[in-house]
Ligand binder design. Sequence first.
Ligand SMILES: Cc1cc2nc3c(=O)[nH]c(=O)nc-3n(C[C@H](O)[C@H](O)[C@H](O)COP(=O)(O)OP(=O)(O)OC[C@H]3O[C@@H](n4cnc5c(N)ncnc54)[C@H](O)[C@@H]3O)c2cc1C
Length: 336
Amino acid sequence: MKVRVLPSGQEFDARQDEPVLSAALRAHFNLPHSCKSGHCSSCRARIVVGEVSYPGARPLGLTAQEQAAGFALLCQARAAGDLVIEAREIRRVTDVEIKTLPCRIEAREPLAPDVLRLWLRLPAVESFHFLPGQYLDVLLAGGRRRSFSIASPPHDAARLELHVRRVAGGSFTEELFAQDAPGALLRIEGPIGQFVYVDADAPVIFIAGGTGFAPVKSMLRHALERGTPRDIHFYWGARTPADLYEEALVRAWAARHPRFHFTSVLSEAQPEAPATSVQERGWVHETVLARHPDLSGHEVYAAGPPAMIDAIRAQFPAHGLAAERLYFDSFDYATR
Ligand SMILES: Cc1cc2nc3c(=O)[nH]c(=O)nc-3n(C[C@H](O)[C@H](O)[C@H](O)COP(=O)(O)OP(=O)(O)OC[C@H]3O[C@@H](n4cnc5c(N)ncnc54)[C@H](O)[C@@H]3O)c2cc1C
């Protein structure tokens, strides 16, 4: 089946049994998306001609009114025949080639009790160009895939750094934590995603929840090590101090760069350690709003758990943040 994308008119092939978004990504056509589980609505597009179906019920991120108005979520929708769709096309990532490559886990280091840092070595003959904030998919047996953000910046990419949180009962991450020898081979596809940092003049706020620090680290290193004229505020939310696994590194950046300000926010009560101006208690998005009640004129980049992203998307516009100045990656999990 053919899928034509308006307004550019470009086309790609899709099978009836795969999500339209997967077919687009396979054809190296980088349509907007984030969670890939029908939740975050980033991949919402209008079906101009043709019909789509969903393997289960209507996805949670699509309202009945939107569906009736002809909208679909491409990460879940299957094409019932040829389609013409109208989708937001993201120019800034179109130059990046998505590749499928083998790579070796060259080193693994525990960062926290449930977070591992992986260093991936790509084949020497292959070039792998990515933008700060993008992610890759680890390809598993049976067509399953697991997404992880690249924590290293593009200017330091001899090895790729990933931060992997262990998910209790998770098929990929539990197995990864059970192995202890480096050298295992993985097959990856990437770089993927529109959560990409672009330098600008406006003040910028970065928000990470847990391992949402991974793409933010790539973006911050890109901005700080290459130099930027803008004021940068970074808020990192986690449950306990151990979950702020590279807090010392970020504090060292703040000491070195006068325009970079860092606040950590702990959501689980720490009675022995009262809140300070650099370490707060509560939910990270609420701390951001308390510190920046007027977000007009700011850009916000946020990555982490779906609940944190949902809260930011629901509450920040009322504080003056324009939708096109909010960039986010929701760490939803795969549906199989
Ligand atoms: C764009 C993107 C980027 C991501 N980047 C990172 C990253 O840099 N670091 C990182 O640690 N994770 C990241 N994630 C999340 C990561 O992909 C999942 O945690 C991972 O796929 C889990 O794989 P698994 O096979 O171990 O678990 P699965 O076998 O897929 O899951 C088993 C069950 O565990 C639960 N589960 C799975 N994942 C999560 C989760 N994240 N939170 C809560 N419950 C879960 C679900 O109930 C699920 O059914 C990212 C996700 C996306 C979409």
